[in-house]
Design a protein around this ligand. Structure first.
Ligand code: SAM
Ligand code: SF4
Length: 334
């Protein structure tokens, strides 16, 4: 049995997020510029390499695997990868296989995902207004995503909606989104916008809507009760007493979750980022490609985990985008 992955701050690494592509069929304003240059195919890990990489992490104690991107469901043959990962669910080593998606391809893949052992899916959706949806995603169409969500629920997948809180954009939809989710038994989490990547002319500070403010707005209509801290992740949860709904808040700009951070990220080119908010990363593709045996890869993984920083440096407090990270969210997968 391999020694599990423990970082220098005694955190056991149990959660791996893997970006399987940098490409996407949307161009969300906070995530990408309209004219993106994507990586040449040879830079990407192949599906077989992704399998070897994820399987190594599972051997080293990772219990939860989240597939992301770019848009993971636009990667060619991605279902082959999901099906192959399901063997780790069957063996019991992996407790959860899940994904974050923009929902555009869910109508096609929901049943296959369920068959591969996926039980929950996070769908990113910031607005229920068709025109606003087209504006924020540039290339996305709302009805297609809504059909995807319907298909996911019909297939038996539990859906969680992730909405980026955007000032002067979806502030006025707080209650519409909340009650829409309640009526469909969909969990809802709000995410504070993060200063990631060069996204063209969008003004990030202008887009920032603090979740503290969002929470007080909720409290004007509902009785909002804090729920006890959950495991490892950046989300905090409250319950709306009137509806019984649980609402999550992801505030990556506050430092309140770094202490319990149990996750690392792999980009589609096989770089490992041990902190979303830091530039520090190591290459795992080289070690992976250098040897057919996985021992070189496992040594490289351990060496990278030994460099996991204590926390990150995002800071909006001085109304400048401090601690800004130059890579796009679609690179590390959010
Ligand atoms: N394409 C998939 C999707 O949209 O769900 C997966 C990848 S996307 C990069 C993952 C998550 O990151 C999405 O929920 C998206 O809203 C979020 N995201 C992207 N850019 C962000 C930013 N600058 N700040 C906060 N969240 C961001
Ligand atoms: Fe694509 Fe997701 Fe980024 Fe939107 S947030 S552009 S859907 S990767």
């Amino acid at each position: 049995m391999n020694a599990p992955l423990i970082d220098p701050f005694a955190r056991a690494i149990r959660y791996l997020r893997v970006s399987v592509t940098d490409r996407c069929d949307f161009r969300c304003v906070y995530c990408m510029s309209e004219n993106m240059t994507f990586l040449p195919k040879k830079e990407l890990l192949t599906l077989e390499e992704l399998d070897r990489m994820c399987s190594a992490f599972v051997r080293l104690g990772v219990e939860k695997l989240r597939i992301t991107g770019g848009e993971p469901l636009v990667r060619r043959d991605i279902m082959t990868f999901f099906r192959s990962m399901s063997r780790h669910l069957d063996s019991g080593a992996l407790k959860e296989l899940t994904l974050t998606t923009n929902g555009s391809q869910l109508a096609r893949f929901a049943d296959d995902l369920y068959a591969a052992g996926v039980r929950r899916v996070n769908v990113s959706l910031d607005t229920l207004d068709e025109a606003k949806f087209a504006r924020v995603t540039r290339w996305g169409r709302l009805p297609q995503v809504l059909r995807g969500i319907d298909a996911a629920q019909k297939a038996g997948l539990r859906v969680k909606l992730n909405a980026v809180a955007l000032k002067d954009f979806n502030e006025d939809e707080l209650f519409t989104l909340t009650s829409w989710c309640a009526s469909r038994d969909i969990d809802l989490t709000f995410i504070e916008v993060m200063p990631m990547g060069d996204i063209g002319n969008e003004d990030r500070i202008g887009q920032y809507w603090s979740l503290k403010d969002l929470r007080s707005q909720l409290a004007q209509h509902y009785t909002v009760t804090d729920l006890p801290l959950s495991t490892g992740g950046p989300a905090r949860y409250v319950q709306l007493e009137e509806t019984g709904q649980k609402i999550g808040f992801i505030t990556p700009l506050s430092h309140n979750f770094c202490e319990s951070c149990n996750r690392v990220r792999i980009t589609c080119t096989g770089e490992i980022y041990t902190c979303l908010g830091q530039e520090g990363h190591s290459d795992l593709r080289g070690p992976l490609r250098s040897s057919e045996s996985d021992s070189v890869l496992e040594d490289a993984i351990r060496a990278a985990i030994a460099l996991k920083p204590k926390g990150h440096d995002f800071d909006y407090s001085r109304q400048e985008v401090d601690g800004q990270v130059s890579r796009h969210m679609s690179h590390t997968g959010g």
